[in-house]
Write a protein that binds this ligand. Structure first.
Ligand code: ADP
Ligand code: ASP
Ligand code: MG
Length: 436
Protein backbone atom coordinates (compact mmCIF):
# COMPACT_ATOMS: atom_id res chain seq x y z
CA UNK A 1 0.00 0.00 0.00
CA UNK A 2 1.37 3.41 -0.94
CA UNK A 3 2.35 6.18 1.41
CA UNK A 4 2.22 9.93 0.95
CA UNK A 5 4.85 11.87 2.89
CA UNK A 6 4.67 15.63 3.39
CA UNK A 7 7.61 17.73 4.53
CA UNK A 8 7.14 21.24 5.94
CA UNK A 9 9.27 24.34 5.47
CA UNK A 10 11.93 23.55 8.10
CA UNK A 11 12.25 19.97 6.84
CA UNK A 12 13.31 21.30 3.42
CA UNK A 13 14.82 24.51 4.82
CA UNK A 14 18.48 23.75 3.96
CA UNK A 15 20.58 21.47 1.78
CA UNK A 16 21.40 19.36 4.86
CA UNK A 17 17.73 18.89 5.64
CA UNK A 18 16.90 18.01 2.03
CA UNK A 19 19.51 15.24 2.24
CA UNK A 20 17.72 13.89 5.33
CA UNK A 21 14.38 14.04 3.51
CA UNK A 22 15.80 11.94 0.67
CA UNK A 23 16.89 9.28 3.19
CA UNK A 24 13.52 9.33 4.89
CA UNK A 25 11.49 8.88 1.72
CA UNK A 26 13.66 5.94 0.76
CA UNK A 27 13.36 4.36 4.22
CA UNK A 28 9.58 4.80 4.18
CA UNK A 29 9.23 3.81 0.52
CA UNK A 30 7.17 6.92 -0.18
CA UNK A 31 5.08 6.87 -3.33
CA UNK A 32 4.39 10.62 -3.34
CA UNK A 33 6.45 13.27 -1.54
CA UNK A 34 4.61 16.55 -1.00
CA UNK A 35 6.82 19.55 -0.25
CA UNK A 36 6.27 22.96 1.26
CA UNK A 37 8.50 25.87 0.27
CA UNK A 38 11.82 26.26 2.14
CA UNK A 39 11.14 27.84 5.56
CA UNK A 40 10.43 31.57 5.47
CA UNK A 41 9.77 31.60 1.71
CA UNK A 42 6.03 32.15 1.75
CA UNK A 43 6.35 34.96 4.32
CA UNK A 44 8.93 36.63 2.04
CA UNK A 45 6.68 36.15 -0.99
CA UNK A 46 3.79 37.76 0.91
CA UNK A 47 6.12 40.66 1.67
CA UNK A 48 7.19 40.95 -2.00
CA UNK A 49 3.61 40.98 -3.11
CA UNK A 50 2.62 43.67 -0.61
CA UNK A 51 5.63 45.81 -1.62
CA UNK A 52 4.63 45.37 -5.26
CA UNK A 53 1.08 46.38 -4.47
CA UNK A 54 2.36 49.60 -2.88
CA UNK A 55 4.82 50.15 -5.74
CA UNK A 56 7.78 49.86 -3.33
CA UNK A 57 11.18 48.32 -3.98
CA UNK A 58 11.13 44.50 -3.91
CA UNK A 59 14.84 44.04 -4.67
CA UNK A 60 16.17 43.38 -1.11
CA UNK A 61 13.56 40.67 -0.39
CA UNK A 62 14.00 39.04 -3.81
CA UNK A 63 17.81 39.02 -3.34
CA UNK A 64 17.45 37.50 0.13
CA UNK A 65 15.28 34.68 -1.24
CA UNK A 66 17.36 34.18 -4.34
CA UNK A 67 20.54 33.86 -2.19
CA UNK A 68 18.83 31.29 0.01
CA UNK A 69 17.85 29.12 -2.94
CA UNK A 70 21.05 29.44 -4.95
CA UNK A 71 23.13 28.62 -1.85
CA UNK A 72 21.04 25.51 -1.32
CA UNK A 73 21.45 24.50 -4.99
CA UNK A 74 25.24 25.00 -4.88
CA UNK A 75 25.57 22.93 -1.71
CA UNK A 76 23.29 20.17 -2.91
CA UNK A 77 23.89 19.66 -6.59
CA UNK A 78 26.76 19.06 -8.99
CA UNK A 79 25.48 17.37 -12.15
CA UNK A 80 22.12 19.14 -11.99
CA UNK A 81 23.47 22.41 -10.59
CA UNK A 82 23.34 24.38 -13.85
CA UNK A 83 19.78 23.23 -14.60
CA UNK A 84 18.66 24.09 -11.05
CA UNK A 85 20.31 27.53 -11.12
CA UNK A 86 18.58 28.22 -14.41
CA UNK A 87 15.28 27.27 -12.79
CA UNK A 88 16.02 29.67 -9.89
CA UNK A 89 16.81 32.44 -12.34
CA UNK A 90 13.56 31.74 -14.22
CA UNK A 91 11.47 31.79 -11.04
CA UNK A 92 13.00 34.96 -9.59
CA UNK A 93 12.78 36.92 -12.83
CA UNK A 94 9.19 35.67 -13.13
CA UNK A 95 8.49 37.04 -9.63
CA UNK A 96 10.07 40.39 -10.56
CA UNK A 97 7.98 40.61 -13.75
CA UNK A 98 4.77 39.70 -11.95
CA UNK A 99 5.52 42.30 -9.26
CA UNK A 100 6.24 44.98 -11.87
CA UNK A 101 2.83 44.46 -13.47
CA UNK A 102 0.99 43.85 -10.17
CA UNK A 103 -2.68 43.40 -10.91
CA UNK A 104 -4.43 42.57 -7.63
CA UNK A 105 -4.98 39.28 -5.76
CA UNK A 106 -4.31 37.04 -8.77
CA UNK A 107 -0.75 38.43 -9.00
CA UNK A 108 -0.31 37.80 -5.28
CA UNK A 109 -1.44 34.18 -5.66
CA UNK A 110 0.90 33.68 -8.59
CA UNK A 111 3.83 35.05 -6.55
CA UNK A 112 2.94 32.95 -3.48
CA UNK A 113 3.00 29.74 -5.52
CA UNK A 114 6.64 30.10 -6.55
CA UNK A 115 8.17 28.79 -3.31
CA UNK A 116 6.64 25.33 -3.57
CA UNK A 117 7.31 25.18 -7.33
CA UNK A 118 11.01 25.95 -6.86
CA UNK A 119 11.60 23.78 -3.78
CA UNK A 120 10.01 20.73 -5.39
CA UNK A 121 12.02 21.24 -8.58
CA UNK A 122 15.33 21.48 -6.67
CA UNK A 123 14.54 18.41 -4.56
CA UNK A 124 13.66 16.37 -7.67
CA UNK A 125 16.99 17.33 -9.23
CA UNK A 126 18.66 16.15 -6.02
CA UNK A 127 16.91 12.76 -6.08
CA UNK A 128 18.07 12.26 -9.68
CA UNK A 129 21.56 13.37 -8.76
CA UNK A 130 21.84 10.65 -6.10
CA UNK A 131 20.49 8.01 -8.46
CA UNK A 132 16.84 7.71 -7.42
CA UNK A 133 14.18 7.38 -10.10
CA UNK A 134 12.25 10.59 -9.55
CA UNK A 135 9.45 12.45 -11.31
CA UNK A 136 8.14 15.91 -10.60
CA UNK A 137 4.36 16.29 -10.71
CA UNK A 138 2.97 19.78 -11.33
CA UNK A 139 0.08 19.71 -8.84
CA UNK A 140 -1.85 22.64 -10.42
CA UNK A 141 -2.54 20.22 -13.32
CA UNK A 142 -4.46 17.97 -10.89
CA UNK A 143 -5.61 20.07 -7.90
CA UNK A 144 -8.51 22.35 -8.87
CA UNK A 145 -10.71 24.48 -6.63
CA UNK A 146 -14.08 26.04 -7.46
CA UNK A 147 -15.09 29.66 -6.79
CA UNK A 148 -15.73 28.76 -3.12
CA UNK A 149 -12.29 27.22 -2.70
CA UNK A 150 -13.70 23.67 -2.66
CA UNK A 151 -11.31 21.07 -4.06
CA UNK A 152 -12.50 18.95 -6.99
CA UNK A 153 -11.62 15.53 -5.59
CA UNK A 154 -12.79 13.77 -8.77
CA UNK A 155 -10.31 15.65 -10.94
CA UNK A 156 -7.58 15.01 -8.38
CA UNK A 157 -8.06 11.26 -8.92
CA UNK A 158 -6.27 11.71 -12.28
CA UNK A 159 -3.08 11.86 -10.28
CA UNK A 160 -3.46 8.12 -9.62
CA UNK A 161 -3.20 7.39 -13.33
CA UNK A 162 -0.15 9.63 -13.59
CA UNK A 163 1.51 7.68 -10.79
CA UNK A 164 0.64 4.32 -12.29
CA UNK A 165 2.58 5.30 -15.42
CA UNK A 166 5.81 5.31 -13.38
CA UNK A 167 7.96 2.34 -12.41
CA UNK A 168 7.35 0.77 -9.00
CA UNK A 169 10.48 2.37 -7.64
CA UNK A 170 9.83 5.90 -8.93
CA UNK A 171 9.59 8.63 -6.31
CA UNK A 172 6.96 11.19 -7.26
CA UNK A 173 7.57 14.68 -5.90
CA UNK A 174 4.97 17.42 -5.89
CA UNK A 175 4.02 20.76 -4.38
CA UNK A 176 1.83 21.24 -1.35
CA UNK A 177 -0.28 24.38 -0.84
CA UNK A 178 -0.88 25.32 -4.50
CA UNK A 179 -3.69 24.61 -6.93
CA UNK A 180 -5.58 26.01 -9.93
CA UNK A 181 -8.69 28.10 -9.31
CA UNK A 182 -11.99 28.48 -11.17
CA UNK A 183 -10.43 31.15 -13.41
CA UNK A 184 -7.71 28.70 -14.41
CA UNK A 185 -5.08 30.67 -12.49
CA UNK A 186 -2.58 29.64 -9.82
CA UNK A 187 -4.08 29.75 -6.34
CA UNK A 188 -3.51 28.14 -2.93
CA UNK A 189 -5.29 26.24 -0.18
CA UNK A 190 -4.47 28.83 2.51
CA UNK A 191 -1.43 29.27 4.75
CA UNK A 192 -0.14 26.00 6.14
CA UNK A 193 -2.16 24.21 3.45
CA UNK A 194 0.48 21.66 2.39
CA UNK A 195 -0.75 19.25 5.07
CA UNK A 196 -4.18 19.41 3.47
CA UNK A 197 -2.65 18.84 0.01
CA UNK A 198 -0.99 15.66 1.28
CA UNK A 199 -4.25 14.39 2.81
CA UNK A 200 -6.16 15.05 -0.42
CA UNK A 201 -3.50 13.33 -2.52
CA UNK A 202 -3.47 10.40 -0.07
CA UNK A 203 -7.22 10.00 -0.52
CA UNK A 204 -6.98 10.37 -4.32
CA UNK A 205 -4.44 7.55 -4.68
CA UNK A 206 -6.00 5.27 -2.00
CA UNK A 207 -2.89 5.46 0.10
CA UNK A 208 -2.54 3.52 3.33
CA UNK A 209 -0.88 6.27 5.34
CA UNK A 210 -0.24 9.99 5.14
CA UNK A 211 2.83 11.11 7.06
CA UNK A 212 3.31 14.75 8.04
CA UNK A 213 7.01 15.34 8.72
CA UNK A 214 7.82 18.51 10.63
CA UNK A 215 10.15 19.91 13.31
CA UNK A 216 8.64 18.38 16.46
CA UNK A 217 8.01 14.84 17.81
CA UNK A 218 4.29 14.75 17.02
CA UNK A 219 1.17 16.40 18.42
CA UNK A 220 1.89 17.68 21.94
CA UNK A 221 -0.59 17.93 24.78
CA UNK A 222 -0.30 21.73 24.73
CA UNK A 223 1.15 24.47 22.55
CA UNK A 224 4.96 24.22 22.89
CA UNK A 225 5.35 27.77 21.61
CA UNK A 226 3.83 29.13 24.82
CA UNK A 227 4.07 26.38 27.43
CA UNK A 228 7.04 24.50 28.89
CA UNK A 229 6.94 20.79 29.74
CA UNK A 230 4.60 19.71 26.99
CA UNK A 231 4.87 16.13 25.76
CA UNK A 232 4.01 14.24 22.57
CA UNK A 233 0.80 12.21 22.41
CA UNK A 234 1.37 8.76 20.90
CA UNK A 235 -2.13 8.02 19.63
CA UNK A 236 -5.26 9.98 19.02
CA UNK A 237 -8.50 9.64 17.11
CA UNK A 238 -9.33 11.56 13.93
CA UNK A 239 -11.97 13.53 15.82
CA UNK A 240 -9.63 14.57 18.60
CA UNK A 241 -6.93 15.58 16.13
CA UNK A 242 -9.42 17.50 13.99
CA UNK A 243 -10.67 19.38 17.03
CA UNK A 244 -7.14 20.30 18.17
CA UNK A 245 -6.08 21.33 14.66
CA UNK A 246 -9.20 23.42 14.22
CA UNK A 247 -8.69 25.12 17.56
CA UNK A 248 -5.11 26.16 16.94
CA UNK A 249 -2.64 23.23 17.10
CA UNK A 250 -0.46 24.62 14.31
CA UNK A 251 1.25 21.29 13.61
CA UNK A 252 -1.73 20.28 11.44
CA UNK A 253 -3.73 22.36 9.00
CA UNK A 254 -7.35 22.13 10.23
CA UNK A 255 -8.68 20.56 7.01
CA UNK A 256 -6.14 17.71 6.94
CA UNK A 257 -8.08 15.15 8.94
CA UNK A 258 -11.34 15.13 6.99
CA UNK A 259 -10.16 13.37 3.77
CA UNK A 260 -8.15 10.86 5.80
CA UNK A 261 -11.02 10.08 8.15
CA UNK A 262 -13.39 9.69 5.21
CA UNK A 263 -11.06 7.20 3.49
CA UNK A 264 -9.78 5.49 6.67
CA UNK A 265 -6.18 6.60 6.00
CA UNK A 266 -3.92 6.71 9.05
CA UNK A 267 -2.12 10.01 9.65
CA UNK A 268 1.30 9.89 11.28
CA UNK A 269 3.04 13.00 12.55
CA UNK A 270 6.83 12.62 12.55
CA UNK A 271 9.94 14.70 13.25
CA UNK A 272 12.42 15.11 10.36
CA UNK A 273 15.10 16.24 12.84
CA UNK A 274 14.59 13.21 15.11
CA UNK A 275 13.32 10.51 12.85
CA UNK A 276 13.45 7.71 15.41
CA UNK A 277 11.02 9.47 17.70
CA UNK A 278 7.69 7.67 17.67
CA UNK A 279 5.55 10.68 16.69
CA UNK A 280 1.76 10.61 16.79
CA UNK A 281 -0.50 8.11 15.09
CA UNK A 282 -3.99 9.35 14.25
CA UNK A 283 -6.58 6.70 13.32
CA UNK A 284 -10.21 5.81 13.76
CA UNK A 285 -9.43 3.76 16.85
CA UNK A 286 -11.59 5.28 19.56
CA UNK A 287 -10.98 8.46 21.47
CA UNK A 288 -8.51 8.65 24.30
CA UNK A 289 -9.53 7.18 27.62
CA UNK A 290 -7.73 9.99 29.41
CA UNK A 291 -9.87 12.58 31.10
CA UNK A 292 -7.71 15.38 29.75
CA UNK A 293 -5.73 14.61 26.64
CA UNK A 294 -4.64 17.94 25.13
CA UNK A 295 -5.43 21.64 24.86
CA UNK A 296 -5.12 24.14 22.02
CA UNK A 297 -5.93 27.80 21.53
CA UNK A 298 -7.11 29.81 18.56
CA UNK A 299 -6.58 33.57 18.37
CA UNK A 300 -8.19 36.45 16.48
CA UNK A 301 -11.70 35.42 17.36
CA UNK A 302 -14.54 37.93 17.05
CA UNK A 303 -17.67 37.64 19.19
CA UNK A 304 -21.03 38.77 17.88
CA UNK A 305 -23.81 39.22 20.47
CA UNK A 306 -27.43 39.55 19.42
CA UNK A 307 -29.78 40.72 22.15
CA UNK A 308 -33.46 40.56 21.34
CA UNK A 309 -36.74 40.28 23.22
CA UNK A 310 -38.14 38.85 19.96
CA UNK A 311 -36.36 35.64 20.74
CA UNK A 312 -38.49 35.04 23.82
CA UNK A 313 -40.70 31.97 23.22
CA UNK A 314 -40.23 32.39 19.44
CA UNK A 315 -39.23 29.76 16.94
CA UNK A 316 -37.16 30.35 13.80
CA UNK A 317 -35.04 33.07 15.39
CA UNK A 318 -31.76 31.13 15.27
CA UNK A 319 -32.43 30.16 11.66
CA UNK A 320 -32.62 33.86 10.75
CA UNK A 321 -29.36 34.52 12.57
CA UNK A 322 -27.58 31.61 10.90
CA UNK A 323 -28.87 32.62 7.48
CA UNK A 324 -27.16 35.99 7.79
CA UNK A 325 -23.80 34.27 8.40
CA UNK A 326 -24.45 31.78 5.62
CA UNK A 327 -25.27 34.59 3.18
CA UNK A 328 -21.90 36.15 3.96
CA UNK A 329 -20.03 32.82 3.67
CA UNK A 330 -18.85 33.11 7.27
CA UNK A 331 -18.70 30.04 9.45
CA UNK A 332 -19.58 30.09 13.13
CA UNK A 333 -17.29 28.36 15.64
CA UNK A 334 -18.93 28.63 19.05
CA UNK A 335 -22.44 29.54 20.09
CA UNK A 336 -24.25 30.10 23.40
CA UNK A 337 -27.84 31.13 23.87
CA UNK A 338 -30.08 32.49 26.60
CA UNK A 339 -33.76 33.25 26.29
CA UNK A 340 -33.10 36.81 25.10
CA UNK A 341 -29.60 36.71 23.63
CA UNK A 342 -27.29 34.74 21.37
CA UNK A 343 -23.51 35.00 21.39
CA UNK A 344 -21.46 33.45 18.65
CA UNK A 345 -17.89 33.55 17.46
CA UNK A 346 -16.28 33.79 14.04
CA UNK A 347 -12.62 33.65 13.02
CA UNK A 348 -13.06 35.48 9.74
CA UNK A 349 -14.40 39.01 10.17
CA UNK A 350 -13.91 40.07 6.56
CA UNK A 351 -17.65 40.61 6.11
CA UNK A 352 -18.44 41.75 9.64
CA UNK A 353 -19.85 45.16 8.63
CA UNK A 354 -22.42 43.67 6.27
CA UNK A 355 -23.18 40.89 8.77
CA UNK A 356 -23.95 43.48 11.45
CA UNK A 357 -26.14 45.47 9.03
CA UNK A 358 -28.14 42.34 8.18
CA UNK A 359 -28.45 41.32 11.85
CA UNK A 360 -29.71 44.73 13.01
CA UNK A 361 -33.40 43.98 12.27
CA UNK A 362 -33.11 41.03 14.68
CA UNK A 363 -31.99 42.97 17.76
CA UNK A 364 -29.20 44.95 19.39
CA UNK A 365 -25.81 43.86 18.05
CA UNK A 366 -22.46 44.05 19.82
CA UNK A 367 -19.12 43.08 18.26
CA UNK A 368 -16.04 42.35 20.33
CA UNK A 369 -12.66 41.49 18.80
CA UNK A 370 -9.38 40.05 20.14
CA UNK A 371 -10.65 36.94 21.83
CA UNK A 372 -9.20 33.44 21.95
CA UNK A 373 -10.97 30.09 22.05
CA UNK A 374 -9.36 27.54 24.32
CA UNK A 375 -10.29 23.93 23.60
CA UNK A 376 -9.72 21.06 26.04
CA UNK A 377 -9.89 17.60 24.47
CA UNK A 378 -10.29 14.38 26.43
CA UNK A 379 -12.91 12.03 27.80
CA UNK A 380 -15.10 14.87 28.95
CA UNK A 381 -18.35 12.91 29.13
CA UNK A 382 -21.61 14.28 30.44
CA UNK A 383 -22.15 11.48 32.92
CA UNK A 384 -19.12 12.21 35.03
CA UNK A 385 -19.34 14.84 37.74
CA UNK A 386 -16.67 17.47 38.28
CA UNK A 387 -14.88 17.54 34.91
CA UNK A 388 -16.14 20.96 33.78
CA UNK A 389 -15.68 22.22 37.32
CA UNK A 390 -12.10 20.98 37.33
CA UNK A 391 -11.29 22.84 34.10
CA UNK A 392 -12.91 26.06 35.28
CA UNK A 393 -11.38 25.79 38.75
CA UNK A 394 -7.95 25.61 37.06
CA UNK A 395 -8.47 29.01 35.45
CA UNK A 396 -10.55 30.67 38.15
CA UNK A 397 -8.39 33.82 38.08
CA UNK A 398 -9.27 34.45 34.40
CA UNK A 399 -12.49 36.09 33.17
CA UNK A 400 -14.34 33.65 30.89
CA UNK A 401 -16.58 35.18 28.20
CA UNK A 402 -18.33 32.10 26.77
CA UNK A 403 -18.43 28.37 27.50
CA UNK A 404 -19.30 25.53 25.15
CA UNK A 405 -19.85 22.18 26.85
CA UNK A 406 -21.88 19.14 25.94
CA UNK A 407 -21.70 19.34 22.14
CA UNK A 408 -19.53 16.24 22.15
CA UNK A 409 -18.27 14.01 24.93
CA UNK A 410 -14.77 14.74 23.74
CA UNK A 411 -14.20 18.44 24.30
CA UNK A 412 -15.02 21.59 26.17
CA UNK A 413 -14.22 25.04 24.79
CA UNK A 414 -14.31 28.49 26.27
CA UNK A 415 -13.56 32.03 25.23
CA UNK A 416 -11.21 34.49 26.93
CA UNK A 417 -9.61 37.81 25.96
CA UNK A 418 -6.55 37.12 23.79
CA UNK A 419 -4.30 38.72 26.39
CA UNK A 420 -5.03 35.77 28.75
CA UNK A 421 -4.36 33.05 26.18
CA UNK A 422 -0.83 32.09 27.23
CA UNK A 423 -1.67 32.25 30.93
CA UNK A 424 -4.69 30.00 30.42
CA UNK A 425 -2.63 27.46 28.47
CA UNK A 426 -0.04 27.42 31.29
CA UNK A 427 -2.65 27.12 34.02
CA UNK A 428 -4.32 24.23 32.24
CA UNK A 429 -0.96 22.53 31.75
CA UNK A 430 -0.23 22.72 35.46
CA UNK A 431 -3.66 21.67 36.60
CA UNK A 432 -5.05 19.13 34.14
CA UNK A 433 -2.37 16.79 32.98
CA UNK A 434 -1.11 15.53 36.34
CA UNK A 435 -4.49 13.81 36.62
CA UNK A 436 -4.21 11.57 33.57
P1 ADP B 1 5.68 22.82 9.04
O1 ADP B 1 6.39 24.01 8.50
O2 ADP B 1 6.51 21.58 9.07
O3 ADP B 1 4.33 22.62 8.43
P2 ADP B 1 4.47 24.11 11.32
O4 ADP B 1 5.25 25.27 11.84
O5 ADP B 1 3.30 24.41 10.49
O6 ADP B 1 5.48 23.13 10.59
O7 ADP B 1 3.98 23.17 12.54
C1 ADP B 1 4.90 22.71 13.49
C2 ADP B 1 4.88 23.63 14.71
O8 ADP B 1 3.58 23.61 15.30
C3 ADP B 1 5.79 23.19 15.83
O9 ADP B 1 7.11 23.64 15.65
C4 ADP B 1 5.11 23.80 17.05
O10 ADP B 1 5.72 24.98 17.46
C5 ADP B 1 3.71 24.16 16.60
N1 ADP B 1 2.64 23.59 17.44
C6 ADP B 1 1.58 24.30 17.93
N2 ADP B 1 0.79 23.51 18.67
C7 ADP B 1 1.36 22.28 18.68
C8 ADP B 1 1.02 21.05 19.30
N3 ADP B 1 -0.08 20.90 20.04
N4 ADP B 1 1.84 19.99 19.10
C9 ADP B 1 2.95 20.10 18.33
N5 ADP B 1 3.33 21.25 17.72
C10 ADP B 1 2.54 22.33 17.89
N1 ASP C 1 4.38 27.38 2.31
C1 ASP C 1 3.02 27.55 2.73
C2 ASP C 1 2.95 28.40 3.99
O1 ASP C 1 4.00 28.80 4.51
C3 ASP C 1 2.28 26.25 2.89
C4 ASP C 1 2.80 25.32 3.97
O2 ASP C 1 3.93 25.44 4.44
O3 ASP C 1 2.03 24.43 4.35
O4 ASP C 1 1.89 28.69 4.42
MG1 MG D 1 2.51 23.59 8.74
Amino acid sequence: MSKVLKFGGTSVGSSANMRMVAEIIKGENAKVTVLSAMSGTTDSLVKISSLAKNKEDITPVVSFLSDKYTTCVRELLTDYQAAALEKCEQVFSGIANAAASYDGPSTERQILAQGELLTSAIFTFYLKEIGYKAKLINIPDFMFVDENGKVDTDKLKNIKREIETGDKDTFFVTQGFICTNAEGKLDNLGRGGSDYSAALIGAAIDSSEVQIWTDIDGMHNNDPRYVENTYPIRKMSFDEAAELAYFGAKILHPATIQPCKEHGIAVRLKNTMNRNAEGTLITNDGDSQKRFHAVAAKDNITVVRICSARMLMAYGFLRQVFEVFENHKTSIDMITTSEVAVSLTIDNDLNIDSIVEDLKPLGKIEVERNSAIICVVGKIGYSQAGLAAHILESIKSIPVKMISYGASARSMAFLVDSEYKKEVLRLLNNNLFNLC
